[in-house]
Write a protein that binds this ligand. Structure first.
Ligand code: OAD
Length: 241
Protein backbone atom coordinates (compact mmCIF):
# COMPACT_ATOMS: atom_id res chain seq x y z
CA UNK A 1 0.00 0.00 0.00
CA UNK A 2 1.32 3.46 -0.87
CA UNK A 3 2.23 5.83 1.91
CA UNK A 4 -0.40 8.60 1.77
CA UNK A 5 1.90 11.16 3.38
CA UNK A 6 5.08 10.93 1.34
CA UNK A 7 8.38 11.96 2.91
CA UNK A 8 9.47 15.23 1.32
CA UNK A 9 12.90 15.15 2.95
CA UNK A 10 14.46 18.62 2.80
CA UNK A 11 12.51 19.65 -0.29
CA UNK A 12 10.66 22.46 1.46
CA UNK A 13 13.91 23.96 2.74
CA UNK A 14 15.49 23.64 -0.70
CA UNK A 15 12.51 25.39 -2.25
CA UNK A 16 12.68 28.22 0.29
CA UNK A 17 16.38 28.68 -0.40
CA UNK A 18 16.14 28.48 -4.20
CA UNK A 19 16.41 31.65 -6.25
CA UNK A 20 15.70 29.93 -9.52
CA UNK A 21 13.26 27.05 -9.93
CA UNK A 22 12.33 25.20 -13.10
CA UNK A 23 9.49 22.69 -13.24
CA UNK A 24 8.95 20.16 -16.01
CA UNK A 25 5.50 18.63 -16.14
CA UNK A 26 3.82 15.91 -18.15
CA UNK A 27 0.39 14.38 -18.46
CA UNK A 28 0.56 12.79 -14.98
CA UNK A 29 -0.19 16.15 -13.39
CA UNK A 30 -3.36 16.43 -15.47
CA UNK A 31 -4.35 12.88 -14.50
CA UNK A 32 -5.18 14.57 -11.21
CA UNK A 33 -7.83 16.56 -13.11
CA UNK A 34 -9.24 13.44 -14.70
CA UNK A 35 -7.49 13.54 -18.10
CA UNK A 36 -5.80 10.41 -19.47
CA UNK A 37 -2.01 10.13 -19.69
CA UNK A 38 -0.39 8.81 -22.87
CA UNK A 39 1.24 5.57 -21.84
CA UNK A 40 -0.37 4.55 -18.54
CA UNK A 41 -3.48 2.41 -18.05
CA UNK A 42 -6.18 3.96 -20.26
CA UNK A 43 -3.45 6.09 -21.87
CA UNK A 44 -4.15 7.79 -25.19
CA UNK A 45 -1.36 6.01 -27.03
CA UNK A 46 -2.61 2.62 -25.85
CA UNK A 47 -5.95 3.05 -27.55
CA UNK A 48 -5.20 5.40 -30.44
CA UNK A 49 -2.82 5.19 -33.36
CA UNK A 50 -0.19 7.88 -32.90
CA UNK A 51 0.79 7.95 -36.55
CA UNK A 52 -2.81 8.60 -37.67
CA UNK A 53 -3.56 11.34 -35.15
CA UNK A 54 -0.30 13.02 -34.27
CA UNK A 55 1.85 13.18 -37.35
CA UNK A 56 1.95 15.45 -40.41
CA UNK A 57 1.46 12.35 -42.60
CA UNK A 58 -1.67 11.34 -40.68
CA UNK A 59 -3.06 14.85 -41.04
CA UNK A 60 -2.35 14.92 -44.78
CA UNK A 61 -4.17 11.58 -45.14
CA UNK A 62 -7.27 12.42 -43.13
CA UNK A 63 -7.52 15.97 -41.73
CA UNK A 64 -11.13 15.44 -40.66
CA UNK A 65 -10.20 12.46 -38.45
CA UNK A 66 -7.37 14.45 -36.85
CA UNK A 67 -9.54 17.52 -36.26
CA UNK A 68 -12.33 15.36 -34.78
CA UNK A 69 -9.91 13.81 -32.32
CA UNK A 70 -8.37 17.11 -31.23
CA UNK A 71 -11.82 18.64 -30.91
CA UNK A 72 -12.79 15.80 -28.56
CA UNK A 73 -9.65 16.32 -26.53
CA UNK A 74 -10.25 20.06 -26.39
CA UNK A 75 -13.77 19.43 -25.10
CA UNK A 76 -12.36 17.03 -22.51
CA UNK A 77 -9.87 19.70 -21.37
CA UNK A 78 -12.64 22.27 -21.10
CA UNK A 79 -14.77 19.94 -19.00
CA UNK A 80 -12.18 19.52 -16.22
CA UNK A 81 -10.63 21.89 -13.68
CA UNK A 82 -7.01 22.46 -12.70
CA UNK A 83 -6.05 20.10 -9.88
CA UNK A 84 -4.60 21.07 -6.48
CA UNK A 85 -1.20 20.24 -8.01
CA UNK A 86 -1.65 22.76 -10.84
CA UNK A 87 -2.83 25.37 -8.35
CA UNK A 88 0.11 24.67 -6.03
CA UNK A 89 2.60 25.38 -8.82
CA UNK A 90 0.93 28.73 -9.49
CA UNK A 91 1.23 29.54 -5.77
CA UNK A 92 4.88 28.52 -5.61
CA UNK A 93 5.64 30.74 -8.61
CA UNK A 94 4.52 33.81 -6.65
CA UNK A 95 7.29 33.45 -4.10
CA UNK A 96 10.24 32.31 -6.21
CA UNK A 97 12.24 35.15 -7.82
CA UNK A 98 12.94 33.24 -11.03
CA UNK A 99 10.38 30.56 -11.82
CA UNK A 100 9.77 28.73 -15.09
CA UNK A 101 7.20 26.05 -15.77
CA UNK A 102 8.00 24.00 -18.86
CA UNK A 103 5.12 21.71 -19.70
CA UNK A 104 4.63 19.02 -22.29
CA UNK A 105 0.88 19.29 -21.81
CA UNK A 106 -1.37 20.95 -24.36
CA UNK A 107 -4.42 21.19 -22.08
CA UNK A 108 -3.87 24.79 -20.81
CA UNK A 109 -4.52 23.67 -17.23
CA UNK A 110 -1.38 25.41 -15.92
CA UNK A 111 -2.48 28.68 -17.51
CA UNK A 112 -6.00 28.23 -16.13
CA UNK A 113 -4.56 27.55 -12.66
CA UNK A 114 -2.83 30.94 -12.75
CA UNK A 115 0.74 30.00 -13.68
CA UNK A 116 2.32 32.89 -15.56
CA UNK A 117 5.73 31.93 -16.86
CA UNK A 118 4.60 28.83 -18.75
CA UNK A 119 6.55 27.37 -21.66
CA UNK A 120 4.32 25.05 -23.66
CA UNK A 121 6.92 22.78 -25.22
CA UNK A 122 4.44 20.76 -27.30
CA UNK A 123 2.08 23.60 -28.22
CA UNK A 124 -1.46 24.08 -27.03
CA UNK A 125 -5.02 23.48 -28.13
CA UNK A 126 -5.88 27.17 -28.03
CA UNK A 127 -4.68 28.06 -31.52
CA UNK A 128 -4.55 26.64 -35.02
CA UNK A 129 -1.77 27.37 -37.48
CA UNK A 130 -1.44 27.07 -41.24
CA UNK A 131 0.55 24.14 -42.65
CA UNK A 132 2.14 26.43 -45.22
CA UNK A 133 2.43 30.04 -44.01
CA UNK A 134 2.74 31.75 -40.61
CA UNK A 135 -1.00 32.42 -40.20
CA UNK A 136 -2.60 31.59 -36.87
CA UNK A 137 -6.05 31.93 -35.42
CA UNK A 138 -8.00 30.74 -32.39
CA UNK A 139 -8.80 27.05 -32.62
CA UNK A 140 -12.48 27.74 -31.94
CA UNK A 141 -12.71 29.87 -35.08
CA UNK A 142 -11.27 27.08 -37.21
CA UNK A 143 -13.63 24.51 -35.73
CA UNK A 144 -16.53 26.84 -36.49
CA UNK A 145 -15.56 26.57 -40.18
CA UNK A 146 -16.93 23.01 -40.31
CA UNK A 147 -14.98 20.86 -42.76
CA UNK A 148 -13.44 23.79 -44.62
CA UNK A 149 -9.91 23.60 -43.28
CA UNK A 150 -8.27 25.21 -46.30
CA UNK A 151 -6.34 28.44 -45.77
CA UNK A 152 -6.30 31.08 -48.51
CA UNK A 153 -2.56 30.61 -49.11
CA UNK A 154 -3.17 27.04 -50.24
CA UNK A 155 -2.23 25.47 -46.90
CA UNK A 156 -4.55 23.91 -44.32
CA UNK A 157 -5.44 24.87 -40.79
CA UNK A 158 -4.03 22.40 -38.24
CA UNK A 159 -3.82 22.35 -34.44
CA UNK A 160 -0.81 24.19 -32.98
CA UNK A 161 0.58 20.96 -31.55
CA UNK A 162 4.03 19.44 -31.98
CA UNK A 163 3.52 16.15 -33.79
CA UNK A 164 5.85 13.19 -34.04
CA UNK A 165 8.83 13.92 -36.23
CA UNK A 166 8.42 17.68 -35.82
CA UNK A 167 10.72 20.15 -34.08
CA UNK A 168 9.63 21.92 -30.92
CA UNK A 169 9.09 25.70 -31.25
CA UNK A 170 12.69 26.96 -31.22
CA UNK A 171 12.19 30.02 -29.01
CA UNK A 172 10.20 28.07 -26.43
CA UNK A 173 12.76 25.28 -26.31
CA UNK A 174 15.67 27.71 -25.99
CA UNK A 175 13.92 29.51 -23.13
CA UNK A 176 13.36 26.18 -21.38
CA UNK A 177 17.03 25.20 -21.67
CA UNK A 178 18.05 28.65 -20.40
CA UNK A 179 15.77 28.19 -17.41
CA UNK A 180 17.18 24.71 -16.75
CA UNK A 181 20.72 26.15 -16.85
CA UNK A 182 19.84 28.86 -14.32
CA UNK A 183 17.87 26.66 -11.93
CA UNK A 184 19.00 25.77 -8.40
CA UNK A 185 16.08 23.41 -8.01
CA UNK A 186 14.17 21.47 -10.63
CA UNK A 187 10.94 19.57 -10.12
CA UNK A 188 9.96 16.90 -12.65
CA UNK A 189 6.31 16.05 -12.21
CA UNK A 190 4.12 13.48 -13.94
CA UNK A 191 6.18 12.57 -16.96
CA UNK A 192 7.58 9.24 -18.12
CA UNK A 193 10.64 11.16 -19.28
CA UNK A 194 10.97 9.29 -22.52
CA UNK A 195 10.07 12.02 -24.99
CA UNK A 196 13.02 14.21 -25.96
CA UNK A 197 14.09 16.95 -26.11
CA UNK A 198 11.64 17.80 -23.26
CA UNK A 199 13.04 15.10 -20.97
CA UNK A 200 16.61 16.29 -21.63
CA UNK A 201 15.87 19.40 -19.57
CA UNK A 202 16.18 17.31 -16.40
CA UNK A 203 19.52 15.71 -17.28
CA UNK A 204 22.88 16.67 -15.82
CA UNK A 205 23.98 17.93 -19.20
CA UNK A 206 21.20 20.56 -19.16
CA UNK A 207 21.12 21.58 -15.50
CA UNK A 208 23.23 21.88 -12.37
CA UNK A 209 20.04 22.07 -10.30
CA UNK A 210 19.08 19.62 -7.57
CA UNK A 211 16.49 17.58 -9.46
CA UNK A 212 13.49 16.07 -7.67
CA UNK A 213 11.06 13.79 -9.46
CA UNK A 214 7.46 13.47 -8.29
CA UNK A 215 5.86 10.40 -9.81
CA UNK A 216 4.15 7.29 -8.39
CA UNK A 217 6.18 5.15 -10.83
CA UNK A 218 9.83 4.78 -11.74
CA UNK A 219 10.61 6.60 -15.01
CA UNK A 220 13.32 6.90 -17.63
CA UNK A 221 14.68 9.86 -15.66
CA UNK A 222 14.73 8.22 -12.23
CA UNK A 223 18.33 7.05 -12.47
CA UNK A 224 19.49 10.60 -13.28
CA UNK A 225 17.62 12.65 -10.69
CA UNK A 226 18.85 13.52 -7.21
CA UNK A 227 15.71 12.42 -5.46
CA UNK A 228 12.53 10.57 -6.41
CA UNK A 229 9.36 11.04 -4.43
CA UNK A 230 7.11 8.11 -5.30
CA UNK A 231 3.78 9.85 -4.90
CA UNK A 232 1.05 11.59 -6.81
CA UNK A 233 1.54 15.25 -7.66
CA UNK A 234 -1.40 16.28 -5.47
CA UNK A 235 0.10 14.48 -2.48
CA UNK A 236 3.29 16.54 -2.76
CA UNK A 237 2.92 19.93 -4.45
CA UNK A 238 0.16 21.42 -2.23
CA UNK A 239 2.41 20.69 0.78
CA UNK A 240 5.11 22.87 -0.80
CA UNK A 241 2.81 25.75 -1.72
P1 OAD B 1 3.24 9.52 -20.23
O1 OAD B 1 1.92 8.86 -20.38
O2 OAD B 1 4.37 8.97 -21.02
O3 OAD B 1 3.68 9.51 -18.70
C1 OAD B 1 2.81 9.93 -17.69
C2 OAD B 1 3.54 9.83 -16.37
O4 OAD B 1 2.72 10.37 -15.35
C3 OAD B 1 3.89 8.40 -15.94
O5 OAD B 1 5.26 8.35 -15.55
C4 OAD B 1 2.98 8.17 -14.72
O6 OAD B 1 3.58 7.31 -13.74
C5 OAD B 1 2.84 9.58 -14.19
N1 OAD B 1 1.65 9.83 -13.36
C6 OAD B 1 0.43 9.29 -13.45
N2 OAD B 1 -0.40 9.79 -12.53
C7 OAD B 1 0.33 10.70 -11.81
C8 OAD B 1 0.03 11.57 -10.72
N3 OAD B 1 -1.18 11.59 -10.16
N4 OAD B 1 1.03 12.37 -10.24
C9 OAD B 1 2.27 12.33 -10.80
N5 OAD B 1 2.59 11.53 -11.84
C10 OAD B 1 1.64 10.73 -12.35
O7 OAD B 1 3.02 11.08 -20.52
P2 OAD B 1 4.08 12.25 -20.77
O8 OAD B 1 5.35 11.99 -20.05
O9 OAD B 1 3.37 13.52 -20.53
O10 OAD B 1 3.72 14.43 -26.75
O11 OAD B 1 4.33 12.08 -22.33
C11 OAD B 1 5.22 12.95 -22.97
C12 OAD B 1 4.74 13.27 -24.36
O12 OAD B 1 4.44 12.04 -25.05
C13 OAD B 1 3.44 14.05 -24.43
O13 OAD B 1 3.61 15.44 -24.29
C14 OAD B 1 2.93 13.70 -25.78
C15 OAD B 1 3.22 12.22 -25.83
O14 OAD B 1 3.42 11.69 -27.09
C16 OAD B 1 3.14 14.92 -27.85
O15 OAD B 1 1.97 14.73 -28.11
C17 OAD B 1 4.07 15.70 -28.71
Amino acid sequence: MRDTVPDLGDLRERLDAARSVTVLTGSGISAESGLPTFRGVGGLWRTHRVEELASPQGFARDPRLVWTWYNERRNAHASVEPSPAHVALAEIEKRVPDFTLATQNVDSLHVRAGSRNVLELHGSLREAKCTRCDARQPLDDVLAMGDAFAHECGGMWRPDIVWFGEALPAGVLAAAFDAARRADLMLVVGTSGIVHPAASLATKRATRAYVVEVNPEETALTAQVDRSIRARASDVLPRLA
